[in-house]
Design a protein around this ligand. Structure first.
Ligand SMILES: [Ca+2]
Ligand SMILES: [Ca+2]
Ligand SMILES: [Ca+2]
Ligand SMILES: [Ca+2]
Length: 472
């Protein structure tokens, strides 16, 4: 059994009482040595993330070497930043300058971003009827959902965690399929289910630490100039499980399963490893069977130490049997790497945990997206990821991120491919609840349709085929 131990370093105590108490802090993740369950350092803010990891915001002058010598510390690393896979900023400096000029002349071009968290609506009355925009979802048709749905449209008790920028939980086509925490009494200020989160009804917002994981975005001009979130999580959630047959919008791959909304990436498109870990742990501990992860971590580039904290979180998911579907990544490495993640890994997708399914992006002609990573050993399968149609914030549906001022970007990315596979896993598992996660992964890869563009560039050599999957 682990003993309860509290470690306070007297040497550090002396330093922190000095004049530098208000200097900027460094953001660290510390793995506690066996036997230690808590950690304290004078002058540092400590937050427990898991049984063995804590986040420590420590004074700058506290050296890593001194921490590493501390008997309570097994491992120290930075709280690495995490970002969305996609970047919609204008790369051409001339075009960027032209846009700046246009904006200076017409400041009213700037649109307000969604900046508040709306109330979470109650689950709506069910409605029935064909989804009017289904024929715009080339990806759904391509992977054979209509045949798959003859077997099942998904078990309403099957939960997929969308770990991303949050979800527009007021969206008419997502609202009916939100996971609801039945063990929590709403709005009483009490953590009724004792899971560490007060009044968490549909998931959690780890960025703002509130119970409304709304998908906050920045205005299109800011996205073009500086990057940011265009409503990434809402788009991903729609392809997992937009409600089917409700006479509204579209349908996800698994149109009757539930979406758990976990926000850990901000409107700026940035998150931290600490918040990713908390989101993964929340998903695993609160009943998700599948996680959809369309994001990447810094750290672990050539020569840098690894993101051991994130690896441990993925291992925790593996120990509990929760599938970790991950975007293979969009190559930004430049010429020479050729987007091959066997040579230039992208994390978390390239970790060797068996629970991970790494997903490349395909276009309507079975070609790899020009941006898409691939890897004979490190990428598992392809799925629709170019010009993908889905739900967007404020009741919308589109395949276009921005089409303004002569600048156009469509929803392209391994981020968009990943939710298709997450939905497929949930659909198959709904039909075969007795199967293990190993079975589900083997079925997804084994039923993949072989295509030339993924031969020798992926483990399965093919693209997602849910029609074949459901009878595999
Ligand atoms: Ca709770
Ligand atoms: Ca409560
Ligand atoms: Ca929020
Ligand atoms: Ca619908």
């Amino acid at each position: 059994m682990r003993k309860m131990a509290l470690y306070v370093s007297s040497a550090i105590l002396a330093i922190s009482l000095g004049a530098q108490a208000n200097t900027k802090k460094q953001d660290l993740l510390i793995k506690l040595a066996p036997g230690f369950v808590e950690f304290q350092i004078q002058g540092a803010k400590v937050e427990k993330l898991t049984d063995s990891w804590v986040r420590v915001q420590a004074p700058r002058h506290l050296s890593l070497q001194s921490l590493e010598k501390n008997p309570a510390v097994e491992y120290v690393q930075p709280n690495y930043k995490i970002s969305l896979m996609e970047d919609y900023t204008i790369q051409d400096p001339l075009r960027k300058a032209a846009l700046a000029k246009m904006l200076a002349r017409n400041p009213q071009l700037r649109e307000l971003a969604k900046a508040d968290n709306p109330a979470i609506p109650d689950a709506p009355q069910s409605s029935t009827g064909a989804d009017p925009l289904f024929n715009k979802q080339w990806g759904m048709i391509d992977i054979g959902v209509t045949d798959a749905w003859k077997i099942t449209k998904g078990n309403p008790d099957m939960v997929v965690a969308v770990i991303d920028t949050g979800v527009d939980y007021t969206h008419e086509d997502l609202l009916p399929n939100l996971w609801r925490n039945s063990k929590e009494i709403p709005n009483n200020g009490i953590d009724d289910d004792n899971n560490g989160y007060v009044d968490d009804m549909i998931g959690w917002d780890f960025v703002s630490n509130d119970n409304k994981p709304f998908d906050l975005s920045v205005d299109p001009m800011e996205i073009l100039f500086k990057g940011g979130n265009p409503g990434h999580g809402t788009h991903c959630a729609g392809n997992v499980a937009a409600r089917g047959d409700n006479n509204k919008g579209i349908a996800g791959v698994a149109p009757n399963v539930k979406i758990m909304s976990l926000r850990f990436i901000s409107e700026k498109g940035q998150g931290t490893t600490a918040d990713a870990i908390k989101a993964i742990k929340y998903a695993v501990d609160n009943g998700a069977k599948v996680m959809s992860n369309s994001w990447g971590s810094e750290g672990e580039e050539a020569g840098s130490p690894e993101n051991q904290a994130l690896r441990d979180a993925v291992q925790y998911a593996q120990d509990k049997g929760v599938l970790f579907i991950a975007a293979a990544g969009n190559g930004h490495k430049g010429v020479g790497y050729d987007n091959d993640t066997d040579k230039a890994p992208a994390y978390p997708a390239s970790y060797d945990h068996d629970i991970i399914v790494s997903v490349a992006a395909l276009d309507v002609n079975n070609n790899l997206g020009s941006f898409s990573n691939w890897g004979a050993k490190t990428v598992d399968i392809g799925a629709p990821g170019v010009k993908v149609f889905s739900t967007v914030v404020e009741q919308g549906y589109t395949d276009t991120v921005i089409d303004k001022f002569g600048f156009k970007a469509t929803w392209d990315g391994t981020s968009m491919a990943t939710p298709h596979v997450a939905g497929a896993a949930a659909l198959y598992w709904s039909a075969h609840p007795e199967k293990t996660w190993q079975d589900v992964k083997a079925a997804i890869l084994g039923s993949a349709k072989k295509i030339n563009s993924l031969a020798n560039k992926s483990v399965s050599g093919g693209k997602l085929d849910v029609k074949a999957l459901m009878t595999y």
